[in-house]
Design a protein around this ligand. Structure first.
Ligand code: DC
Length: 210
């Protein structure tokens, strides 16, 4: 069996950066599962298809190719908003979870990050991390990223969006965002990426020795 690391947490908690770093250091394949929801949303938006028709959205999700998912192309705020709406649809989740599980089986190891990896997608993962930070810290990070990318942004509306996204992710019936019972909690509110990586590394190294 391959070695899987499941990383969950709310938007802008730092799990993307942490996951990429872990995958690079251990030589594991990495899948940012948020991109599967985003790519499905973008395909619907680009084709002018509705975002509230579960049958159409499921069909697009079933046709999704995991190769070539690119955060730079899928980063836009409205794509994230649309993705969060599709993420409440059980048929869309079923289709994407199937693709995510087959990715998780790759050798020699995999890192998957998202909202339901430790609870639903890979409940038997060797390591589960739940990465979080206060809503204020996450909104500040997202705001700084948008400004650095040359987008216009105001902090108050970014903060409101972060809270709304949390409510939607944590409040949905199917696979809500929550830590798995056996997840290690990593609060990055007052921790830089290096400290978060070192904390994760100690947990992973112990699991690798088992
Ligand atoms: O992490 P992100 O912002 O790229 O995710 C976009 C949306 O996709 C997010 O609002 C919730 C959804 N998502 C999900 O429901 N389950 C996952 N495993 C990953 C993302």
């Amino acid at each position: 069996m391959t070695f899987t690391i499941a990383i969950d947490g709310p938007a802008a908690a730092g799990k993307g950066t942490l996951s990429r770093r872990i995958a690079e250091v251990y030589g594991f394949h990495h899948l940012d599962t948020g991109l599967t929801y985003r790519a499905t949303a973008k395909a619907l938006l680009d084709a002018g298809l509705p975002l509230d028709d579960e049958t159409i959205a499921e069909k697009v999700a079933l046709d999704l190719e995991l190769a070539g998912l690119d955060r730079a192309v899928l980063a836009k705020h409205e794509v994230g908003e649309a993705a969060s709406k599709l993420a409440v649809m059980p048929a869309v989740r079923r289709a994407l979870v199937k693709a995510q599980r087959s990715f998780a089986d790759r050798e020699p190891g995999t890192v998957l990050d998202g909202r339901d990896i430790g609870t639903v997608v890979c409940p038997d993962a060797a390591v589960k991390l739940y990465v979080t930070a206060s809503a204020d810290v996450r909104a500040r990070r997202r705001y700084d990223e948008m400004i650095a990318a040359g987008e216009s942004a105001d902090y108050e509306s970014v903060f409101e969006d972060v809270k709304k996204r949390d409510e939607r992710d944590m409040g949905r019936i199917d696979s809500p965002l929550k830590p798995a019972a056996d997840a290690h909690l990593l609060d990055t509110s007052k921790m830089g990426i290096e400290a978060a990586f070192q904390a994760a590394k100690s947990i992973i190294d112990v699991a690798l020795k088992r």
